[in-house]
Design a protein. Structure first.
Length: 262
C-alpha cells in the first residue's frame, strides 16, 4: 500500500484539488484508493459529498471520551468505482487541546492504516495547513510527501515553512520522508509564474515534479460540481497535467512504512 500525504503550510495552493485529482485517476485505473481528509475544514469531504459528522470521521480514530472506532467502520464508498473516503469533521480541531502530551498519539493513523492495508492499494491524505497532531499523524504514516506550491512568491514562503516542519517530523520518524514539490496554478503568460517556477527548479532541482499544474478554470468548475477530475473531461489541460504527475509518482520507488509501537 502506497501512502501519500499532500500538505503545505499555506492555504489555497491546491492541496485538496491535487488529492482528489490523483485519487480519482488511480481509481479510474482500477486501483483501490482511499482518500483521508485530515483537515478539520473538511474541504475534501465536502468535495466528495461525505459529511464526517453524520458518518464518523478521523476524529473517531483517537478515542476521545471512549474507545476508538475501528477504521473500517469509518470508511465510506463513493459513487465512483474503487474510490473510498474517510471524512473529516469540525471536532478534529479540538484534538491538539484534548490530547495534550499523551504518548503515542502521533501514530494513531499509522496503526489505522495497518488495519486497512489489505483493502487499499493507495491512500492519499489531505492535510491541514498547520503543524499539530493531525499533520504529525499524516507525515508519520506516509511514504511520500507531496507539496503543492502555487507558482508565486508568497507561496514559496509557505513551502519553506512546510520543509522546516518536515525536518522536525523526520527527526521523530528516525528516517527521511521523500518529498515531491508540485508546482500548481501555473500561468505561462505571467512573468511571476515563470520566475517562481524557475526559482523552484533552481533551488530544489529533482525534488520538483516535471509535471506542472496549470491554471485551468475547468478544475474549479469540477470542484464546484463535486466531480473528480477523472470524470470531468472538460478539464483537458489540468487533467493531462495531473495524469503526467501521477505517472511520474508511480515511476518512483515505493517505500515501506513501519508502524512503531505506541
Amino acid at each position: 500500500m502506497r501512502v501519500w500525504a499532500i500538505s503545505n503550510q499555506k492555504g489555497g495552493v491546491g492541496k485538496t484539488t491535487t488529492t482528489v485529482a490523483l485519487g480519482s485517476l488511480l481509481a479510474a485505473a482500477g486501483k483501490r484508493t482511499l482518500l483521508i481528509d485530515m483537515d478539520p475544514h473538511a474541504s475534501l469531504s465536502g468535495y466528495i459529498g461525505v459529511e464526517g459528522g453524520a458518518h464518523g470521521s478521523v476524529y473517531d480514530l483517537f478515542g476521545i471520551g471512549g474507545n476508538p472506532l475501528p477504521p473500517g467502520t469509518l470508511v465510506h464508498a463513493t459513487q465512483w468505482d474503487h474510490l473510498s473516503v474517510l471524512p473529516a469533521s469540525a471536532a478534529m480541531i479540538t484534538l491538539d487541546r484534548q490530547l495534550g502530551t499523551r504518548p503515542g498519539m502521533g501514530l494513531i493513523l499509522s496503526q489505522a492504516l495497518a488495519e486497512l492495508a489489505s483493502d487499499f492499494e493507495h491512500v492519499l491524505l489531505d492535510c491541514p495547513p498547520t503543524l499539530g497532531v493531525l499533520m504529525v499523524n499524516a507525515l508519520a504514516a506516509s511514504d511520500r510527501l507531496l507539496v503543492p506550491t502555487q507558482t508565486e512568491a508568497l507561496a514559496l514562503a509557505g513551502l519553506e515553512r512546510m520543509l522546516r516542519s518536515l525536518s522536525m517530523i523526520e527527526r521523530s520518524r528516525g528516517r527521511p520522508l521523500p518529498r515531491t514539490i508540485v508546482p500548481t496554478m501555473f500561468d505561462a503568460r505571467t512573468h511571476a509564474s515563470r520566475a517562481s517556477l524557475e526559482q523552484l527548479r533552481e533551488k530544489y532541482g529533482d525534488g520538483v515534479s516535471q509535471a506542472v499544474i496549470p491554471t485551468d478554470t475547468q478544475i474549479r468548475e469540477a470542484s464546484a460540481a463535486g466531480v473528480p477530475l477523472a470524470s470531468w473531461p472538460a478539464a483537458r489541460r489540468g487533467g493531462l497535467a495531473y495524469r503526467q504527475l501521477l505517472d511520474e509518482l508511480l515511476a518512483l520507488p515505493a517505500a515501506s512504512v513501519t508502524v512503531a509501537a505506541a
